[in-house]
Design a protein around this ligand. Structure first.
Ligand SMILES: *Cc1c(COP(=O)(O)O)cnc(C)c1O
Length: 851
């Protein structure tokens, strides 16, 4: 985006309207430039906007005068001097990031892609991280509780969680739950599950030591009592609705758990899995009001029988009473989480899909039980009409009982059908054996049905098919349920839910409903693409992935990025799995020890990536020596969670490499490093980047997020792949497997990071990091007379965060960290219960909300 920002500055400085920007600019998507290159409208807007609409200035809090004051307080002459004193000289990046010139202001970026403004508006509403702070999260918690209630009602299960990342990972969590429950190593998967679900479960099983077997129900033998669980899909990937009660009975007789992947809309008119004895129910709630988004973000649901509640992964919202006895909402069962249970954690879910779960909940509340049933019936009836037409035109349908999906063997030439489909711009699923698949959703109308009938060479129309059907009285056998009937949500203490909360919720949140939910849906260019369309139909997305990959590589010093992991924890798992796959390929299978020097949230991943964690921190050098024979990796957070740029980082990386291990650097919080130093330069092999932390994606109060991983060249062949969409890789690649259901994770939120990087530019990005460090040092300076600052770098400066010691107050005033944190909350600052950190990120968040 050559010179736009610079040009803009010049224009504003001279106040001169006659300076027209050059028509063609280097770099960036070509089509977009043309649109933005010459137009009169563009010029008008530019002239109208005042200079302070530079995005970078809006994004970064302190102004020049404030910066000077802060620098004086910290005791340095310039930001540059502070950086020299904070960051080890050996790792400093001594040149500017090589990136396209920044786009200056947000309106420019919007012109690059006119439709971005919807999601940016949306972003202002939803910046919080996980709702650890019930005092300021009651609205979101209430809505998540609605989501849980809705999932329980529709699936017929006892308890549901507040969302997981996607259907594939939910299935993998189900597999792990079964394994934890009865400690058996074998897990059966019905071969008729979605291919991406199978791939994600198999990959996870591979790294956790679970053995999966792909079978059809009649081939499944449970009598050895060695099968932990069985996963099947209802309706299955070909659309067939089948009765699984016999399979479940056989499984249960032998102590095997039954897991059912399913579809909420289908369950509005089908018998729910809870009524035929299933132990775990999971799936995607995408079709409850969330667009396809080229794969995500979507919320997965996960529900279990009462006896399994303590094994359920992810978060759960419950009802309790506050100090005054009023009923309030808060997260329940947090004790399972990794930052509390450390290496014994049963869940590595930090970011889930809170915002998407809220959208689905609002969709459910908005339509109500009758509305949902109507939608389901409409979809199903349309499918019945289509089926009738196809049959009468001589095509063979493979299943008699279905909900919204048909699998067809054509009675005519498949090529003809596909050619006609291309003419009408309709995608059909093509099975490897030549069969075709068609799925309908709630948007289907008469014209669509006529088109599909035409594609398959049927002469009749939807209307005539319907008339014929009514003559026959044909219908599917349906079970009806009272969807929103009073339903005791959970057996846990203090957990109840009332029907009235749904109603009050509806009134209170209608506004948010429209702002949050319908805006992004109206963003159709990005929203309405199925993740499995042929690549040539998603060129815009592909271009955006390439562009973003290029910038993120330059920022991190890595060679290749995978956008598949859809959270930080997923990124860690993918990165560790890539290391394991690399070591295995080198014939070093025995290397399985990962030394963990991170504080915090990463523990659950040891189990999922097949590595054994040794808690490291201060003692890690000792650990490295002790484990050098079997050393696979070190996980290191840098700057450390203590808030320090350790001088020895380069030496540590060398040491690990010398012992044959790999370095995983936790890049969740790159905001102290962007533009200042690069993990890829000082010896790290792989990192995940939390785009929802450092790269501006609003976090939705607990998701969506994106945790892409960057790797050095030697790990690139092991990055994730996908069973349906072939991700471009080298010929000799041997991918680690599949970590998410969608090939590029939560694709639809990547444009936000793209816009952020373009509008900040190389200079702006670097300045944001400098200010994060300045903010933290200023705060530390101001507070140091009153509190002990626990850790500092060798020259006395902190990184982007620091730890205050509040323990003395416990003795003198009986005040604890959490009391201080609650008081901070009164001023709009967030905290986490197990740690009370002040970091530059706080200021960063405040700036964002000024946008
Ligand atoms: C936030 C965070 C994670 C986890 O990221 P999620 O996207 O919430 O899964 C991991 N490591 C560190 C250091 C973090 O701050």
């Amino acid at each position: 985006m050559q010179s736009c920002g610079r040009w803009w500055g010049r224009l504003a400085a001279r106040g001169a309207a006659q300076h027209l920007r050059p028509a063609a600019a280097a770099g960036g998507p070509r089509r977009q430039q043309q649109r933005w290159g010459g137009g009169e409208a563009t010029r008008c807007i530019e002239q109208l906007l005042p200079r302070h609409d530079d995005f970078c200035r809006r994004h970064i809090g302190p102004r020049e005068r404030e910066k000077r004051e802060m620098l004086r307080a910290v005791g340095v002459q310039s930001v540059e001097e502070l950086m020299d004193k904070t960051i080890p000289a050996s790792i400093r990046l001594r040149r500017p990031l090589r990136m396209d010139d920044h786009v200056g202001n947000i309106y420019e970026a919007l012109k690059i892609c006119e439709t971005f403004h919807n999601i940016l508006q949306w972003s202002m509403l939803v910046t919080q991280y996980t709702p650890y702070q019930p005092e300021v999260s009651q609205g979101r918690l209430e809505s998540l509780l609605n989501y849980q209630t809705m999932v329980c009602d529709i699936t017929g299960m006892d308890v549901a969680n507040a969302s997981l990342l996607d259907e594939g990972t939910a299935a993998a969590e189900a597999m792990q739950l079964c394994h934890r429950h009865n400690k058996r190593r074998k897990f059966y998967i019905d071969a008729r599950c979605h291919p991406q679900t199978i791939a994600v479960v198999q990959t996870r099983a591979n790294y956790t030591g679970v053995i999966t077997e792909l079978k059809l129900p009649h081939e499944m033998d449970f009598s050895g009592k060695d099968v932990s669980g069985v996963l099947f899909q209802y309706p299955d990937t070909e659309g067939k609705v089948e009765d699984f009660s016999e399979l479940i009975e056989r499984a249960h007789q032998n102590g095997t758990l039954a897991c059912c992947a399913t579809d909420l809309l289908a369950l509005c008119i089908l018998k729910p899995p809870g009524e035929f004895g299933v132990d775990v129910v999971l799936g995607s709630s995408q079709r409850f009001g969330v667009p396809l988004c080229y794969g995500g973000p979507h919320a997965a649901f996960f529900a279990v029988k009462e006896n399994l509640v303590r094994m359920m992964p992810g978060r759960m919202v419950g009802v309790t009473r506050d100090a005054s006895g009023k009923e309030v909402y808060r997260l329940a069962l947090q004790t399972r989480e990794q930052h509390i249970r450390r290496d014994k954690a049963t869940s590595n879910i930090c970011t889930a899909q809170a915002l998407l779960a809220n959208m689905a909940a609002m969709y459910g509340v908005y339509h109500g039980s009758d509305g949902l049933k109507d939608i389901a019936r409409r979809v199903h009836n349309a499918t019945l009409i289509l089926a009738e037409g196809l049959r009468r035109a001589g095509h063979k349908l493979h299943h008699d009982l279905f909900f919204d999906t048909l699998t067809v063997t054509c009675g005519c030439s498949v090529k003809e059908v596909l050619d006609r489909a291309a003419l009408r711009k309709i995608n059909v699923r093509i099975y490897s054996d030549g069969r075709l698949g068609v799925s309908l959703d709630e948007t289907v109308n008469e014209k669509d049905l006529d088109d599909i009938l035409w594609i398959f060479g049927c002469e009749s129309s939807a209307v005539s098919e319907q008339q014929i059907m009514q003559g026959h009285g044909g219908q599917l056998y349906l079970f009806h349920r009272n969807f929103f009937a009073y339903h005791c949500l959970s057996p846990l203490e203090n957990l109840t839910t009332k029907r009235s909360c749904l109603q009050s919720f509806l009134l209170q949140h209608l506004r948010i409903l429209f702002v949050c939910m319908f805006k992004p849906i109206s963003w159709k260019e990005f929203a309405n693409i199925h993740p499995f369309v042929p690549l040539d139909q998603a060129q815009g997305y592909q271009q955006l992935f390439k562009d973003l990959e290029k910038d993120l590589c330059e920022i991190t010093g890595y060679d290749k990025i995978s956008f598949q992991p859809n959270s930080g924890a997923q990124g860690e798992y993918a990165g560790l799995a890539a290391i394991k796959a690399y070591l295995n390929a080198k014939g070093e299978r025995h290397r399985s020890v990962s030394v963990n020097s991170c504080l915090g949230r990463n523990w659950g991943n040891g189990h999922v990536s097949g590595l054994t964690y040794v808690p490291g921190m201060m003692v890690f050098l000792f650990c490295v020596d002790k484990h050098k024979e079997n050393l696979a990796a070190i996980m290191i957070t840098y700057p450390s969670t203590n808030g320090v740029f350790e001088e020895e980082i380069g030496d540590v990386c060398d040491l690990i490499h010398k012992h044959g291990g790999q370095v995983y650097l936790d890049g969740a919080n790159m905001n102290a490093q962007v533009g200042l130093c690069r993990p890829g330069d000082y010896g790290s092999d792989v990192s995940h980047l939390n785009l929802h932390k450092t790269f501006c994606i609003p976090h939705g109060g607990g998701g969506p997020g994106m945790g892409p991983i960057g790797v050095k060249n030697h790990l690139a062949p092991y990055l994730p792949t996908h069973p349906v969409i072939k991700i471009q890789m080298d010929k000799d690649a041997c991918p680690l497997g599949t970590v998410s259901a969608a090939p590029w994770g939560s694709s639809a939120i990547l444009p936000i990071s793209w816009v952020y990087i373009k509008t900040m530019g190389a200079k702006g990005l670097k300045h944001a990091s400098e200010i994060a460090i300045l903010n933290a040092n200023y705060m530390a300076k101001r507070l140091e007379k009153h509190y002990k600052i626990l850790f500092r770098g060798v020259r006395g400066y902190v990184a982007h965060e620091f730890i205050l010691d509040t323990r003395p107050f416990k003795k003198t005033a009986n005040i604890e960290a959490v009391d201080l944190a609650k008081r901070l909350q009164d001023y709009g600052y967030q905290y986490k219960e197990d740690e009370c950190l002040l970091d530059g990120g706080l200021t960063f968040q405040k700036c964002q909300s000024r946008l």
